[in-house]
Design a protein around this ligand. Structure first.
Ligand code: ZN
Ligand code: ZN
Length: 231
C-alpha cells in the first residue's frame, strides 16, 4: 500500500471502508482510529514506510467506539504497545466489545440502504482496554498537540481532534465526505448530531480528515461552514 499523505506528517490509512490517520511528530507516531478487524498489517506496513518500527507508535486515540473504528485496535496494541485513549462515555463499550448503542439511519433513502448494508455485519468486536479517558477541553501533548472536541450525536462519546492549532481537524463520523460532505450513516441522537456539526463549523482549520470518504487538504473549514453552519 502506498502511504497517502493528507498534509505534511499526516497520512490517511484506509482500513476497510473506514479511515485511520497516522501522525508523525518526528520523535513518535500517533494513530487516530483502528479501522475494521484484520487491518493490523496495513498499519505496520505504513509505520515501516515511514522508516519507523512498531514500538514508535506510542498513542492510539479513538474518535468513538464503533466497530469500524476499533476493529483492529487490540491487535495494534499487541504489536506496538501503544497507549489507548477514548471518551469515558464510549470506553466501557470498547472494553466489553459491545453491544453497541442503537442508532437510527440518517435521513435519506441512500443513507437507509447504506446503513442496513454496512451496520449489521460488524456488531461485536474484540474488546480493547482503554488506558486514558479524554474529554472536551483536553489538549493532549501528542504529535504537537491534539485538542479534544466532544461531538456527540452520531454516538454519545464521539470526539473530534484539532491538530497543531488549526492545521487539521480529525473529524471522525460527525459527517462523511463520500458523495460530497454529508451526514454520517446514522445517529444515536440527530439533534445532538446537528449541534455537533454546527460546533465543528464554528472552528478554523486548514485540512480535515473524515472517518469515511476523502480528506480536504486546504480551505476545509470554509467548506464545512458553508455546509453545516446553518444546520
Ligand atoms: Zn461511527
Ligand atoms: Zn465510522
Amino acid at each position: 500500500m502506498e502511504l497517502m499523505k493528507i498534509i505534511d506528517n499526516a497520512y490517511l490509512l484506509p482500513l476497510g471502508t473506514a479511515n485511520a490517520v497516522l501522525l508523525d511528530s518526528g520523535s513518535e507516531l500517533a494513530l487516530v482510529d483502528a479501522g475494521f478487524p484484520g487491518k493490523v498489517s496495513v498499519v505496520l506496513d505504513a509505520i515501516r514506510q515511514l522508516g519507523r518500527n512498531p514500538h514508535d507508535l506510542r498513542h492510539l486515540i479513538f474518535t468513538h467506539h464503533h466497530p469500524d473504528h476499533i476493529g483492529s485496535a487490540a491487535a495494534i496494541v499487541q504489536e506496538t504497545g501503544a497507549i489507548t485513549y477514548m471518551h469515558p462515555i464510549d470506553a466501557p463499550i470498547a472494553e466489553t466489545g459491545g453491544p453497541f448503542r442503537p442508532m437510527r439511519p440518517a435521513p435519506g433513502l441512500m443513507e437507509r440502504i447504506a446503513y442496513r448494508f454496512f451496520w449489521r455485519r460488524h456488531e461485536r468486536m474484540e474488546p480493547v482496554s482503554i488506558d486514558r479517558h479524554i474529554t472536551e477541553g483536553d489538549t493532549l501533548p501528542i504529535a504537537g498537540g491534539l485538542q479534544v472536541i466532544h461531538t456527540p450525536g452520531h454516538c454519545a462519546g464521539q470526539i473530534a481532534l484539532l491538530w497543531q492549532g488549526e492545521r487539521m481537524l480529525i473529524a471522525g463520523d460527525v459527517g462523511m465526505n463520500i458523495l460530497g460532505l454529508g451526514d454520517p450513516l446514522g445517529f444515536e441522537n440527530m439533534e445532538e448530531g446537528r449541534r455537533s456539526q454546527r460546533k465543528i463549523a464554528a472552528l478554523r482549520f486548514d485540512a480535515v480528515a473524515f472517518g469515511h470518504g476523502r480528506s480536504i487538504r486546504s480551505g476545509a473549514s470554509d467548506r464545512i461552514r458553508r455546509k453545516w453552519a446553518a444546520r
